[in-house]
Design a protein around this ligand. Structure first.
Ligand code: SF4
Length: 387
């Protein structure tokens, strides 16, 4: 197979892998639509930290793998067409795509072939050639492989804009149901701790951008029958203890010819609720105990968790928008971190007396109205809002 055909095969196969920049892969209800390079490569628009959008090539260096994770399309022994790149070959191919403008960044992962250390070395060598031989200064997201060594993690951090370790499940017991040969604490959690240790103890390499990369992880939601509470407990711990930038949730989807092929698909709405809840924990000052879990520890699918909280806690005790502190403003549906700051700033000038003043600040006023007072009064149209 020629190089472009292999890259097409690998980047298409990577669409099975949950995304760590933005959701869709090429075939999973893309929104916005992916770009198709003239050679039919799958390159999709991805949101960078800071909001810039780039064309991201998401691919594996090899789809060969010696492990047998139950949910994974790349598991050893599964019959499908595999492909492999050597570092030099991939780096020069990608460099050509970058020069032509067909791709502006790369998310590079790999199957495990020859152990975690060797597989990580292949990824590192590729990134090193891109950065130091071919002068690529664009976005690189590198996967940290299970079993990688600390020095390799540090090297990945020197080369990449983002590194990720996929935890897949929230704890050891759940991981055993998905990937019996992955070791949760030693192979997955420990590298995340190393990233945080290195970030805290060592100044970043000044050779290219002088910043340590952000760290993300990914969970297969529902793959091990875990609850949302388990997933979010681990997520909250990661935010607090290893400076995790973000957790990604991918609703379990059965892959043919794997041990979980007959397991029911998980409703994608569950992903959405998990994202909403994780943002409440990370950015809105919510505690786990405040989230509206069911008795089984799951978020109700029909309810936005922030709205559900507000209906219980604020509907009868609305907050005065002109006096509430930032923490309380963030509790009001329709008000996010930026709009809370805008309210704090605006009310230094004058009192906020009507919904149009809130709309001008970018607030979803209709959503917020039932839960606030404007200079002591409820918003006029709120009478028609269901209790
Ligand atoms: S190690 Fe990774 S690529 Fe290999 S089977 Fe497990 S999840 Fe899939």
């Amino acid at each position: 197979m020629d190089a472009i055909s292999r890259l097409k095969l690998l980047s298409d196969q990577m669409t099975f892998e949950p995304d760590a920049e933005r959701r869709p892969g090429c075939f999973a209800a893309p929104q916005p639509a992916p770009a198709r390079h003239p050679d039919d490569l799958c390159v999709h628009p991805a949101q960078m930290p800071g909001g810039k959008q780039i064309l991201l090539l998401k691919t594996l260096l090899t789809s060969a793998c010696e492990r047998d994770c139950f949910y994974c399309p790349f598991r050893a022994g599964r019959d499908f067409r595999r492909a492999t790149f050597q570092p030099e070959e991939f780096a020069s191919l990608f460099s050509g795509l970058a020069h032509s403008g067909a791709a502006e960044g790369v998310f590079l992962s790999s199957g495990l072939a020859g152990g975690g250390v060797r597989s990580q070395d292949q990824l590192l060598d590729t990134a090193d050639i891109l950065r130091n031989k071919l002068g690529f200064r664009g976005y690189i997201h590198l996967k940290i492989m299970p079993g990688a060594e600390k020095a390799q993690v540090e090297r990945a951090m020197q080369l990449a804009n983002r590194v990720s370790v996929n935890l897949e499940s929230p704890n050891t017991e759940r991981l055993a149901k998905l990937a019996p040969h992955k070791v949760f604490l030693e192979e997955l959690l420990r590298p995340l701790r190393w990233v945080d240790e290195i970030r805290r103890s060592t100044p970043p390499d000044k050779s290219w951008n002088g910043r340590w990369p952000s760290t993300v992880t990914q969970f297969v939601a529902g793959g091990a029958d875990e609850s949302d509470l388990e997933l979010l407990t681990t997520t909250a711990w990661l935010h607090q203890n290893v400076s995790l930038k973000r957790a990604y949730f991918s609703a379990f989807h059965p892959i043919p010819d794997t041990p979980l092929e007959n397991k029911a698909e998980v409703d994608p709405l569950r992903e959405h609720r998990l994202y909403q809840a994780s943002f409440l924990l990370r950015d809105y000052g919510f505690d786990l105990e405040e989230l509206p879990f069911t008795g089984e520890g799951n978020l109700p699918l029909p309810a936005d968790p922030k709205l559900a909280w507000a209906q219980v806690n604020l509907a009868e005790k609305p907050l005065e928008i002109n006096r509430a502190n930032r923490h309380d403003l963030l509790r009001i549906p329709g008000i996010g971190p930026k709009s809370a700051d805008a309210i704090l700033q605006a009310r230094r000038q004058s009192k906020l007396r009507d919904l149009s003043a809130l709309k001008k600040l970018g607030i979803l006023a209709e959503r917020a109205a039932p839960f606030l007072l404007l200079d002591g009064k409820r918003a006029a149209y709120q009478m028609s809002f269901p209790a």
